[in-house]
Ligand binder design. Structure first.
Ligand SMILES: CC(C)(COP(=O)(O)OP(=O)(O)OC[C@H]1O[C@@H](n2cnc3c(N)ncnc32)[C@H](O)[C@@H]1OP(=O)(O)O)[C@@H](O)C(=O)NCCC(=O)NCCS
Length: 174
């Protein structure tokens, strides 16, 4: 991986750069659920969300920076609803110029490490990925995620209904 890249937890002052990254990714690849409409959030809202994430035991957000620019985001997103607060939903997006440099592998390793660590109360990680997204599917399989289901018409992109895979990984004992 390039020496100038640093991976760390997101901080509230990352909000603007983070939204810029999401806007860029949304049009760079058809693999995200977000499209040309972008994240649709203000910097203030994003700042508040990151503040809440920093204090959370069910959610973590990592950013990858090349010098000052955010070039990757990886998140485990949980909920405080009591019946669901053991489940974390994973998402990851890396700028196209940086694909294939093992950055995805490193960010996923760090998320899974966090989920298994003392700051987390998660027992299950899950994610959805388009069946046609072979790079992401291989990454998740390599990290130990299992395919649970294929959801026909799970997403619609450019007028086409596409299969979406539901994958999961259990965390610790219950
Ligand atoms: C999917 C994504 C996170 C992967 O990150 P990355 O940094 O490119 O991945 P890595 O370099 O760590 O490679 C991960 C694995 O992908 C697989 N892979 C790499 N290049 C590939 C290719 N051209 N075709 C198929 N699989 C490929 C390999 O198995 C690789 O692991 P290995 O090199 O140890 O065998 C990144 O490409 C991305 O953000 N894509 C756009 C958004 C997206 O698809 N997000 C996921 C939505 S669910």
């Amino acid at each position: 991986m390039i020496d100038t890249i640093q991976i760390r937890e997101a901080i509230p002052s990352d909000a603007e750069k983070l939204l810029n990254h999401l806007k860029k990714i949304a049009i760079e690849t058809g693999f995200m659920t977000m499209g040309i409409e972008g994240p649709g959030k203000s910097i203030e809202t994003e700042t508040q969300e990151i503040e809440a994430i920093v204090a959370s035991d069910v959610t973590v957000m990592l950013v990858a920076l090349d010098k000052e620019e955010i070039i990757g985001i990886a998140e485990i997103h949980g909920t405080n609803r009591p019946k669901l607060r053991h489940i974390g939903d994973i998402s990851i997006s890396i700028a196209k110029d940086y694909w294939g440099m093992r950055l995805g592998t490193m960010m996923m390793e760090k998320l899974i490490e966090w989920a298994n660590g003392p700051s987390s109360s998660l027992k299950r990680l899950e994610l959805t990925v388009q069946a046609r997204n072979e790079r992401a599917r291989r990454l998740y399989e390599k990290m130990g995620f299992n395919l649970e289901a294929i959801m026909p018409r799970g997403v619609k992109d450019e007028g086409m209904y596409l299969d979406v895979c539901l994958m999961s990984m259990m965390i610790g004992e219950i």
